[in-house]
Design a protein around this ligand. Structure first.
Ligand code: HEC
Ligand code: HEC
Length: 394
């Protein structure tokens, strides 16, 4: 008797946090929810980058790590990748727009799950990760460097030169442009290791997929309602699709800073211009992918016209810890973003956008509660990747 009562109390104690129930989702809603997983997806784990022959190789990852945290390749010797992509801010800088040697018109994106992207930068100015990784060297407002300066750093640092030899099997003495492309490839190999972990949403999605209602109840009820808006009325999933919450395509969302604040940003059409002018695309001799299939998307994109002020759909993984938002950092909080989508008139901007969604305050709260469950266990504080042993440093 006594024992039974104890068991009953214990059962109630276990049941209490699960007092909330599970929202009823229609079959169609469930299919959409399932399409946002599983995490991590095979496409993230797969896969060396065929255009980068050192992708996935430990010696290149270690060289890339060193370069990412080192400032010697900037013109003033003070700016490194980590200046803007900071470990304790989920690889962003917390600023509306990046600022280093000079001001930038764009927000610093987080660096996560990069192998899942086809295009890099807000307007897809690069068609591969190694080209995107050398862009800051060549931008006078970021690191203001040059192929010559980069080569000189290797000439003056025998340890780095040794690491370059380890990674590429040649001396860093070839053409400046080749050395720079290889630096990009080492940086890319390092950044490919930056992936997000599982989130509360992933647990919920998998619980629904197994039809495990007990586990599903651990997911906050407000987030469950927000998820229904996300896959339904809010139309968010029309663009924020798949396990990385991005269709990888370019869309206008009606975000535009007042002309007095910022010069107009053309978005994708500017990105295509950059791509046409770049010497480091998948069509260039710097690409290690000799199959023509690899560059098919680039060839196709170069022949296409871009919608006005379209930007790449941002991934929403870890979005709660990467404020401020949008390509120009114009929206300070998730509430501002939700308010934007709630009031934007998609007419004439992008047919996928909601038209005057006009969410109530409590619906906005629900949508935000959902977005907050997309944060992984580390949140903003990412562990600083440890140095690997290298025969060059002993
Ligand atoms: C001054 C700040 C700053 C510095 C320094 C900087 N970045 Fe960035 N990074 C940015 C901004 C701003 C963007 C967005 C650029 C765009 O839209 O074209 C960006 C975009 C990127 C992207 C594309 C991410 C995506 O999701 O498409 C990668 C990769 C990247 N940076 C890597 C690097 C590497 C590697 C370095 C060092 C060599 C570096 N960054 C240095 C600010 C910076
Ligand atoms: C038409 C496609 C489309 C739809 C529909 C859409 N988004 Fe977006 N979303 C984008 C694009 C594109 C960006 C980047 C826009 C920019 O930088 O100007 C973005 C950016 C965001 C960001 C900021 C991410 C960051 O890191 O800066 C959030 C948050 C967001 N969307 C949430 C939502 C929510 C919630 C909904 C549904 C109410 C939604 N989106 C509907 C395309 C879309």
């Amino acid at each position: 008797m006594h024992r039974t009562a104890l068991l009953l109390v214990a059962a109630l104690a276990v049941a209490r946090p699960a007092a909330a129930d599970v929202v009823f989702y229609t079959g169609e809603e469930l299919q959409r929810i399932f399409s946002l997983g599983p995490w991590p997806p095979p496409s993230l784990i797969k896969a060396r980058d065929p255009s980068n022959r050192v992708s996935g190789q430990p010696a290149a990852i270690e060289l890339g790590r060193r370069l990412f945290f080192g400032a010697r390749m900037s013109s003033n010797g003070y700016v490194a990748c980590v200046t803007c992509h900071q470990t304790d801010r989920a690889w962003t800088d917390g600023l509306a727009r990046a600022q280093a040697i000079g001001p930038s018109g764009r927000n610093t994106p987080a660096l996560f799950n990069l192998r899942m992207q086809q295009w890099y930068g807000w307007s897809g100015g690069a068609d591969n990760l190694w080209a995107q990784s050398i862009r800051p060297f060549l931008d006078p407002n970021e690191m203001d460097s040059s192929p010559r300066l980069v080569k000189r750093v290797f000439e003056r640092d025998p340890e780095l030169a040794c690491m370059y030899r380890q990674a590429f099997g040649v001396e860093p003495t070839g053409r400046g442009e080749t050395v720079l492309a290889n630096v990009g490839k080492a940086l890319a190999a390092f950044q490919e290791t930056l992936v997000t972990g599982r989130t509360r949403f992933d647990e919920f999605r998998d619980a629904l997929a197994r039809n495990d209602r007990v586990a599903a109840r651990n997911y906050p009820y407000a987030a469950q309602r927000g998820l229904r808006l996300f896959v339904g009325e809010g139309r968010c999933i029309a663009c924020h699709a798949g396990p990385n919450f991005s269709d990888g395509a370019f869309h206008a969302t009606g975000v535009r800073a007042p002309a007095a604040v910022l010069p107009d940003d053309a978005g994708r059409s500017g990105g295509l211009r950059q791509l046409r002018e770049s010497r480091y695309t998948l069509l260039s001799h710097h690409s290690d992918d000799r199959s023509s299939a690899g560059a098919a998307a680039t060839r196709r994109a170069l022949g296409e016209a871009a919608p006005e002020r379209a930007f790449r759909t941002a991934s929403l993984r870890n979005v709660a810890v990467t404020a401020p938002y949008m390509h120009n950092g114009q929206l300070a909080t998730l509430r501002d973003v939700v308010r934007h989508y709630s009031t934007v008139d998609g007419n004439g901007v992008d047919p996928r956008l909601p038209q005057r969604l006009e969410l109530s305050e409590s619906e906005a709260d629900d949508l935000i509660a959902f977005l907050e469950t997309l944060t992984d266990g580390f949140g903003a504080e990412r562990p600083r990747p440890a140095a690997a042993t290298s025969i060059c440093t002993e």
